[in-house]
Design a protein around this ligand. Structure first.
Ligand code: NDP
Length: 673
């Protein structure tokens, strides 16, 4: 059978394999199926295309435009995911593995698309945090802003998740406004290539936003500079080699690494056999060992159980693992497929042998395969027991990237935490317990060594997402051995592709830069009441100053009895005076808010569709009967929401007859375009 030719997409052209191409074998049968790589790939042209065509086009758009693009890419992939499933079987993955890789990757795109529109501005500059007051009178302020890097993100991915691995990096990169060159691991690049084709054929991205290298990267990394980012997933050895590249070091090129990790799972001391937690622990560990045949950066490599429970854990785990149906992943009965290649199989067996020097193998099974499958990269689950984990080293530093894990006993929680931390920095540790004190101790003791701590028990098990699943909302990465990098984590992940700059200047400057009104910046009177003006007509800084209204004792009495809020500070002069906050009976804060609405509202039907909330309310000075209040309402920020309306955030201040601030808040309305 002719080998499938896996192309690269470089500077707007598909480039077929050429000199230096590698042959890729099916994980299931070991037979050659594809060829990828071309030594003649023009990496300089690719960098130029990304930097000078893709980058400028992406930066012209705003965060919301790019978020919509990411959503459309996710939809294009969804429409053709059956093709991706079909292509993926040859990597050894089962249909449930595909759900993690393909559906999980698409889901990640959707989460970033939605976060981009909900949590990022409808503009080009991201404001990081609030305005900082740098001067006494507020004429000189500071604001951290993030703008897209003007280079290219080179995404180097591991073989185990050819789709998710690309998309979890691509979504935050595109959202940031940075073009990407994706380089999948050669072993499974045929799946990534198909996903890239689907995205490009959907014709959503500007030219130069996405390029693909199938095969080797050549000397691309030697041409990176301070505006570029390398985001790497793979082995610690390769990460070390790539991050030590003199050009990367000299130009301080951002290098995000997510690499080998000796993750652990701890069985809490309360989780005795017979409890829901014990069963849950066995289920999670067995699942982590066998999903993707253990080829997951987050898989559980070390099983840490109370010493007296070690035997029960081994027994229960062995019983569960013995039911693993190993075989052709296309067969629906199969629960565990093959490793990605014969090379990986040899590597896993060699690593298991190293672990075997310090631990006794307590479970394995005959995969029972014959025919074509006999040449596939199948490895059965292998469970080890390390009787002396304190004096062992290899069980804590050898990552057998397959269905291999080691049970070790702990004496007390400090010991359990110390063992988990022996991984030297991991992506994830899980803890199965129903005891919140144990959970707190583990977070305190192991947090510094782990990027994620996953706690599960009878209360959360039905909805929990699994020890091994990085989620787009949460940070993925870990210190030390895990690479020291961080990916995803919602908007945090987008910032890896942007530069944070501390901008200092006058309120007017900051307001104009950020597209968000800042106290002290210009206030302009609009041509009509702002509630009669449509979303697009309102300008940032447009302000309404209302007439004033005197608050009477009758108002306070009436409000108290009408609402039932007869709190003593509003009703009893002597009691209110005994309180350090009040001069005597005072108006209810909510009465003031209601009066404020009465002062600023325009009653007729108009473009204001709804009042959807109020943020950051502060009452600063009490209002007594006889005082008067007036309101200033300023358009602070506008965010497009749907095709029909957008959100207007108003800065509202209430002041008294002496112009002292009585209350301050932000009012949210939805306004028609
Ligand atoms: P590698 O580190 O060898 O490869 C990872 C990526 O780096 C691949 O895309 C690879 O491309 C690329 N790469 C390798 N060398 C270079 C280079 N000199 N310049 C540019 N890119 C390069 O990991 P593997 O995928 O081969 O897996 C090996 C081991 O890594 C596993 O056995 C496992 O222990 C660990 N691993 C850890 C993962 C994790 O997330 N923790 C994930 C996957 C693997 P190419 O394929 O073309 O060589």
């Amino acid at each position: 059978m002719a080998l499938q030719q896996i192309s690269s997409f470089a500077a707007g052209q598909w480039v077929a394999p050429g000199a230096g191409a590698r042959t890729i074998a099916s994980a299931i049968t070991g037979a050659p199926i594809a060829s990828a790589g071309n030594d003649a790939l023009d990496v300089l042209a690719m960098l130029d295309h990304a930097r000078n065509t893709g980058g400028p086009a992406l930066r012209k758009l705003g965060f919301h435009d790019r978020a919509r693009m990411i959503k459309a890419l996710g939809q294009a992939l969804t429409a053709r995911k059956a093709e991706l499933y079909a292509a993926s079987f040859d990597t050894g993955a089962t249909q449930s593995d595909h759900l993690i890789d393909i559906d999980g990757g698409i889901g990640t795109m959707f989460v970033f698309a939605s976060k981009g529109r909900r949590e990022m501005p409808d503009g080009q500059i991201y404001l990081d945090g609030e305005v900082e007051q740098l001067s006494r009178n507020g004429t000189f302020l500071g604001q951290h802003v993030c703008t897209p890097l003007q280079g290219v993100a080179v995404h180097i991915n591991a073989f185990n998740f050819p789709v998710w691995g690309m998309l979890e990096k691509l979504a935050p990169t595109l959202l940031a406004g940075v073009p990407s060159i994706v380089k999948p691991a050669t072993n499974s690049c045929y799946v990534t290539e198909l996903a890239v084709r689907i995205m490009l054929e959907a014709d959503i991205l500007p030219a130069g936003a996405l390029q693909l290298v199938s095969g080797g990267l050549g000397d691309m990394l030697d041409h990176l500079d301070c505006q570029d980012v390398v985001s790497f997933t793979g082995s610690a050895d390769t990460a070390l080699k790539l991050r030590s590249n003199p050009v990367i070091l000299q130009n301080a090129v951002r290098f995000v690494a997510e690499q080998d990790s000796l993750n652990a799972s701890i069985l809490g001391p309360d989780a005795e056999p017979g409890t829901p937690e014990f069963d849950l622990f066995i289920k999670e560990v067995a699942r982590e060992m066998t999903t993707k045949a253990g080829q997951k950066c987050t898989a559980i490599r070390r099983i840490i159980a109370p010493q007296p429970r070690v035997e029960a854990v081994i027994e229960a785990l062995s019983a569960r693992l013995s039911k693993t149906v190993i075989g052709d992943p296309r067969d629906e009965a199969t629960r565990m497929g093959a490793l990605v290649s014969g090379g990986q199989k040899a590597d896993v067996l060699a690593k298991a042998a190293i672990i075997g020097q310090e631990a006794e193998q307590v479970f394995t099974m005959d995969p029972g395969l014959s025919g074509d499958l006999a040449n596939g990269a199948f490895v059965p689950p292998m469970l080890f027991h390390c009787a002396d984990p304190d004096h062992a080293q290899r069980v804590h530093d050898t990552e057998a990237f397959g269905p291999v894990s080691t049970v070790m006993g702990y004496r007390d929680m400090d010991h359990a935490v110390a063992l988990a931390n022996r991984g030297g920095g991991s992506l994830v540790t899980s803890l199965i317990t129903h005891d919140a004190d144990v959970a707190r101790d583990v977070v305190m003791g192991a947090g510094a060594f782990h990027g994620r701590i996953y706690i599960n028990n009878r209360d959360s098990m039905k909805e929990s997402t699994g020890h091994g699943s990085p989620l787009p909302h949460m940070v993925h990465g870990g210190p030390g051995r895990a690479g020291g990098g961080e990916e995803m984590g919602g908007v945090r992940g987008v910032k890896h592709y942007m530069q944070r700059t501390a901008v200092q200047g006058s309120p007017e400057m900051l307001a104009r830069i950020g597209g968000k009104w800042v106290p002290g910046a210009t206030e302009v009177a609009g041509p009509a009441h702002p509630f009669t003006r449509r979303y697009d007509e309102l300008s940032i800084g447009e302000t309404l100053n209302t007439a004033s209204r005197t608050v009477t004792m009758d108002d306070i009495e009436h409000f108290a009895h009408f609402t039932g809020d007869t709190f003593y500070a509003h009703m009893d002069d002597a009691a209110a005076k005994r309180n350090p906050f009040f001069p005597g009976r005072v108006a209810h804060g909510y009465l003031l808010l209601s009066f404020a609405a009465g002062l600023f509202v325009e009653p007729n039907e108009g473009p204001v569709l709804a009042n959807t909330g109020l943020d950051g309310l502060r009452f600063m000075k009490p209002v007594s009967a006889g005082d008067s209040i007036k309101v200033r309402l300023t358009v602070k920020k506008k965010t497009r929401r749907t095709d029909e309306y957008g959100e207007v955030r108003w800065h509202v201040t209430l002041t008294n007859q002496d112009d002292e601030m009585v209350a301050e808040y932000e009012l949210l309305t939805m306004n028609a375009y």
